[in-house]
Design a protein. Sequence first.
Length: 78
Amino acid sequence: MSEQIEELRRIAASVDAAPAGMEAYLAKVRDRAYTVTDADVERLEAAGFSEDEIFEQTVAAAIREGLRRLDAAELAIG
């Protein structure tokens, strides 16, 4: 399984830094993903972000947060 985790780390690291204007949305993805709605995405689209850009940034933020939590759990257990 560690090979898959390392692949996720590589994928998340390969995504460009989030552009200005997405910070609040990506914080919501990291901290309260269950509250993200279509309206959040629509606001980003209205601000000029493409669906692909929103998707890539969303997935990268979710992967990074998942890995951060995994690392914290491993430290707590280990």
